[in-house]
Design a protein around this ligand. Sequence first.
Ligand code: ATP
Ligand code: MG
Length: 343
Amino acid sequence: MSKGDRILDVRNIHMRFESKGVCVRAVTDVSFPVLEGETIGIVGESGCGKTTLGRCIVRAYEPSEGSVMYTAADGETLDFLKIDKQTMKKYRKEIQMIFQDPYSSLDPRMTVLDIIKEPIRANYPKMPKEEIEKKVMDIAARVGLNTAYLKRYPHAFSGGQRQRIGIARALVLNPRVIVCDEAVSALDVSIQAQVINLLHDLQQEFGLTYLFISHDLSVVEYISDKVGVMYLGKMVEFAPTRSLFSHPLHPYTESLLSAVPVADPTVKIERIPLEGEIPNPANPPSGCFFHTRCRFCREKCRQETPEYTEMEKDHFVACHFAQELKLRGFDYGEEPDEKQQAE
Ligand SMILES: Nc1ncnc2c1ncn2[C@@H]1O[C@H](COP(=O)(O)OP(=O)(O)OP(=O)(O)O)[C@@H](O)[C@H]1O
Ligand SMILES: [Mg+2]
């Protein structure tokens, strides 16, 4: 397998949470492909199902329906959501998750050394102590932790350092896919940049594939090759980053983009505020889920569910009127390749 081959194929994921007779549809029929070595950003307002989707993909949750076809390091393609316990043991380590909160996701009673060691112990019970130790030291140094401090407890570390511990812990098993759930959201902006650069370097070095979940569109634009936009549990748009940001095809994406702060004070962006509240996922609207807040809503939108279709090459959208709406995105200026050249 080489860079650019399909590594994951997320197909028709549904996740319903049932409690006290109420069914919350956290994720509804989400599908998208992931190529090896790329970063897919997943964005959307709080509660739209980003974390639930990520957890379903790494199988921290058992989704109600759907499959995640995974092409493993050994070339086998299997449904990650259906494989039995024994097979799971073999492949579990290839798909890892990094969590949002570097404070609550690390066990406060374990030393950092033990925190990073633990996944190796669980997956390779026969590995000699010295070899484990060496692996931990190598990865800790690689993510920028001071190896002299590894016998300390997580509370002795700053937010940024803790996120590095989480990254080391995920990386120590040599995964191929990492789901980063708001991995930098809790950090100060300057620390955010350092951790993003670290994730980028690690991706190059180890050929990692990322699913980067974030509500911060500027971060997602910077780091992602493709972006998926979720609304009320559904994927409403999915496209290469540049295409999605320069000409969104879904009115929801247009609104999100119009709210992104722009550093250049001479650039004027007309905000397109979202009207109304996010509907209750236990009782979603009829037709298009977005119709209650859409400024282009027509009768058809109240009645019929729009199909999720490939409107342009690699650009998917679920909107009845995507073809005729003229929506506004980021103006990247005259030179379409400017950004790529600067990188
Ligand atoms: N374990 C659970 N039981 C019941 N409902 C849940 C559970 N987890 C999530 N939900 C509901 O599913 C929906 C999606 O939640 P999720 O946490 O996936 O959203 P999110 O996009 O990650 O939000 P945020 O940006 O705030 O992290 C929400 O309505 C949430 O209340
Ligand atoms: Mg979340």
